[in-house]
Design a protein. Structure first.
Length: 323
């Protein structure tokens, strides 16, 4: 399996309003392979979007290494993106703010092709039409403006602009969160089709574990800047090992008509500027033991391709830190 995007022990730090140091990402390792979708899930504020920005060079990594196709991902400093990194593209959460409201869709897609220089000028109109078709939108819309499209259509156009770079990896930061259920389903099917047909690796950032379950091949669960569980999506869903993963699954509403309310996760996410000692989840964990309050568990291999950071799983596998 060809690994394209590799993040090793990545740390991202900043200062909050009180000028306190905050490790928003505290040593995360993830890999994205060609044609595979990896979902990164967790509550708001856990560091998912910060990791996404570090993955494409929009946030400085204070530690660790990020590489794309063997090349280091360097922070952007107001200069042209290196040609070696154009195959790594980010799709933002809000397409309304990432598309220029004063320019037609066709001109914005053509701009992307012009900047990249990967399509001869005379062939660009045909490529623009191809990109529009690729994301499932009707032909002949090049002259329309962003406000003339629905939210789901605008997100498809944002994806089309990313596809102009012929990417091998897409990092998608909550791309479906602002869409209604119908538009979500259509966009999710589009992502799966693009990944399979074009062999694009994807890092899908989401707070919705139910959505990730339907489209991701693998899932990583993040809590307060760290990965606490990782594995094949079906395995994690059917046999969650970390109490936080079980809590996220239990909090999902079920449309089964039985009137059962989802289980709420007790407590609040701790202050990332002052994380608790030991396991970061122990202040909210229903099965906490004394060791959790003092010793931080490493992400360990508990079964083939399954990893968890919990002292209660230590007898299920080796203690070698997962890399």
């Amino acid at each position: 399996m060809a690994l394209l995007l590799e993040m090793r022990d990545v740390e991202v730090a900043y200062r909050d309003r009180r000028h306190r140091p905050v490790r928003a990402v505290a040593g995360v390792s993830l890999t994205i392979a060609r044609g595979r979708i990896v979902g990164l899930v967790g509550e708001s504020g856990c560091g998912k979007s910060t990791l996404a920005r570090a993955a494409v060079g929009l946030a400085d990594a204070a530690g660790g290494v990020v590489t794309f196709d063997g090349h280091p991902v360097t922070p952007l400093r107001g200069r042209a993106r290196p040609a070696t990194l154009t195959g790594l593209q980010l799709v933002f959460q809000d397409p309304g703010s990432s598309l220029n409201p004063r320019r037609s869709i066709g001109s914005q897609l053509a701009d992307a092709l012009d900047i990249l220089g990967n399509v001869p000028r005379g062939e660009r109109p045909a490529r623009v039409a191809e990109l529009i078709e690729l994301v499932g939108l009707p032909a002949g819309i090049e002259g329309r403006y962003p406000h003339q499209f629905s939210g789901g259509q605008r997100q498809r156009l944002a994806i089309a602009r990313a596809l102009a770079a012929d990417p091998s990896v897409l990092v998608l930061d909550e791309p479906l969160s602002s869409l209604d259920a119908s538009a979500q389903a259509q966009a999710a099917a589009l992502l799966v089709r693009l990944s399979r047909e074009l062999e694009i690796g994807m890092l899908l950032i989401s707070h919705d574990l139910g959505l990730v379950k339907e489209i991701a091949d693998e899932v990583a669960v993040m809590y307060l800047g760290k990965i606490v569980e990782r594995g094949a999506t079906g395995d994690v869903w059917e046999r969650p090992e970390h109490p936080y993963t079980r809590a996220l699954i239990g909090a999902l509403p079920l449309a089964d008509g039985n009137g059962r309310l989802p289980e709420s996760l007790a407590g609040e996410v701790p202050d990332p500027a002052n994380p608790p000692p030991g396991c970061r989840f122990h202040t909210r964990c229903p099965v906490v033991i004394d060791r959790c309050r003092t010793d931080e568990p490493a992400l360990t291999t508990i079964a083939p391709a399954r990893h968890a950071a919990c002292w209660l799983t230590e007898t299920k596998g080796s203690h070698a830190a997962a890399r």
